[in-house]
Ligand binder design. Structure first.
Ligand code: HEC
Ligand code: HEC
Length: 503
């Protein structure tokens, strides 16, 4: 397997500050065949960096109506910030396919993903309001705060490895039930429990079993860990991005609608299969969040001994009041190679939403673009007196595993009635949300799924449901200890190398 070990300096030039790019500057749709050719020639590094750079441009581009941005909302509009199920003429908002959830809202990805810099989170004015069930009733609309896009490949790979472990445990449970008549198996991976799977043999030769999923915890019955979106309802970067492009920008990917014009804006083929690969690789390969302690250790910021001590104390309180029971501080990746497409069941498209096969478009495992999440990220390569530090990449432990400080258990939890959505159109549970990774959390406020917490203190105080005990333990801390815990959360931050474009 090829892994990319070095970066070409030329790429450091284009990556850092995302200036809006007008679409006229963007040449051609990305051709998947061009990326495949590089992979076949053994140029894996170039395939990765070409896709990365093209994805960078695609997230920054301010698309034009001629290129298909926007949708035929009705009333002559092509954008709307709030869902319009009332506009239900044959080509209007309510009759687009796939069914709209909201929008179109914007003409570029970084119009929303921009705080504190490009690819980051977003302020309240950039919240997205959706009505997936087309109720037309504002009291049932869902409000969502913009999430950051950094190092999403780490999130997906961790979810893939957890799912693979759970699949294996399901198979072991099946064998046990075939042998003994029944089995009750505790599912767990990377130190986190996902509940219990009960299996009963219902026929002996050949053996057939029935699964009882009622005691699973925070994961779907298919055991595919869906780590994207506040609800935790999308398994892959690619799938999430197809929906985002359609709902937020009104850009319909070929793999979503074929050569149809599902949003009746008079434009087809709005994003190619290669464009979707490029966007996926870009977000997968973006630099990871950092801590201010490691920035200080690299001499990139100043941190007084007192400030360091407060962070260390706050980290201990974080564990002590039970935050870490959900926000698992650290997980390791056995295999940090991200692959698009993935080969893990549940994490690649068996068929595209338009009904075509990915291989028909050249998207196939033999020509997957692969890169190392523990070394290949081109951003935040920091020059030090001792050489280069790949700060954008995961570090490895003594056993060679990549270590991710992501602060999530990759489970959904009941966060309490007061935080619940007003409706549950997906059937996940109105109060159920994915344990939000806290990597970078110091730089992504306002917080919580609708942005209602304007301080980290408020974010913690608003935890209820499964987190009630932990919230009470936090509330019972002295003011000083609370502030130390907040200092620790603030130390989990985002960093962009300001010198990268001077290299
Ligand atoms: C109008 C604002 C807006 C625009 C424009 C926008 N997004 Fe988002 N993005 C959001 C919001 C809000 C969320 C959280 C949605 C949710 O969880 O339901 C999000 C979440 C995401 C996520 C999931 C991140 C995670 O960790 O779960 C990805 C990936 C993403 N956006 C990619 C994109 C891409 C690529 C584009 C451009 C094609 C884009 N977004 C355009 C607001 C926006
Ligand atoms: C029962 C599991 C659980 C426990 C315990 C828990 N959390 Fe959370 N946390 C969550 C979930 C779920 C969310 C997402 C809530 C949402 O979507 O609005 C979250 C969100 C957050 C956020 C907001 C992140 C963002 O990007 O907006 C912060 C900050 C946070 N938690 C910190 C803490 C701290 C500190 C503690 C301990 C005092 C704690 N949590 C305890 C499950 C938990």
């Amino acid at each position: 397997m090829t892994s990319v070990k070095t970066m070409t300096p030329i790429f450091a030039l284009s990556l850092v500050f995302a200036m809006p790019v007008w679409a006229e500057d963007l040449l051609e749709p990305v051709d998947q065949a061009d990326l495949n050719a590089l992979v076949q020639e053994g140029q894996m590094l170039d395939a990765f960096l070409d896709a990365f750079e093209a994805g960078d441009a695609l997230t920054e581009t301010q698309f034009t109506q001629q290129q298909g941005v926007g949708a035929n909302i009705g009333e002559g509009r092509i954008f709307t910030r709030f869902p319009r199920a009332d506009l239900d003429g044959p080509t209007e908002w309510a009759n687009h396919y796939p069914q709209r959830e909201g929008g179109a809202n914007a003409i570029s990805c970084i119009a929303c993903h921009n705080a504190p810099f490009a690819n980051g989170a977003g302020g309240i004015a950039l919240n997205v309001v959706v009505d997936p069930a087309h109720t037309g009733d504002p009291s049932l609309y869902l409000e969502r705060n913009t999430l950051p896009l950094f190092a999403l490949g780490v999130t997906q790979r961790l979810a893939e490895e957890i799912s693979e472990a759970l699949f294996a445990q399901r198979e072991a449970a099946r064998s046990e039930a075939c042998q003994n008549g029944s089995a009750a198996v505790g599912l767990s991976a990377k130190g986190v429990s996902y509940g219990t799977l009960f299996v009963t043999r219902i026929a002996a030769a050949p053996c057939e079993v029935a699964f009882d999923y009622s005691a699973l915890k925070g994961v779907d019955e298919d055991l595919v860990v869906r780590a994207f979106g506040w609800k935790g309802n999308h398994a892959t970067i690619r799938e999430f991005t197809r929906n985002a492009a359609h709902n937020e920008l009104g850009l319909q990917a070929v793999e979503l609608v074929g050569d149809q014009d599902g949003d009746y804006d008079g434009v087809i083929d709005e994003l190619s299969v290669g464009d979707m690969t490029a966007l996926t690789i870009y977000m997968a390969g973006l630099e990871r969040p950092v801590s201010s302690v490691e920035l200080a250790d690299l001499g990139l910021i100043d941190l007084s001994p007192a400030a360091r001590a407060r962070i260390t104390a706050g980290e201990a309180h974080f564990v002590q009041v039970g935050c870490a029971t959900c926000h698992t501080p650290e997980m390791t990746l056995n295999d940090p190679i991200f692959s698009e497409p993935s080969t893990v069941p549940g994490f690649y498209d068996a068929s595209f939403p338009d009904g075509s096969w990915p291989a028909e478009h050249g998207l196939a495992p033999q020509t997957a673009i692969r890169f190392d999440l523990a070394g290949d990220q081109p951003n935040n390569v920091i020059a030090t007196t001792d050489g280069e530090v790949h700060l954008g990449a995961l570090q490895r432990n003594a056993d060679g595993q990549a270590v991710a400080q992501w602060y999530t258990d990759f489970r959904r939890h009941d966060i309490g009635a007061a935080m619940a959505d007003p409706a549950d159109p997906l059937g996940i549970g109105a109060a159920m949300f994915l344990t939000r990774p806290l990597a970078g959390v110091g730089a992504t406020g306002p917080w919580l799924h609708d942005g209602r917490a304007t301080t980290l203190h408020d974010a913690m105080m608003l935890h209820g449901g499964d987190a009630k005990l932990s919230q009470e333990a936090y509330a019972a801390l002295s003011k000083e200890h609370q502030q130390e815990l907040i200092a620790f959360l603030e130390s989990l931050t985002l960093y962009q190398d300001p010198h990268a474009d001077e290299d």
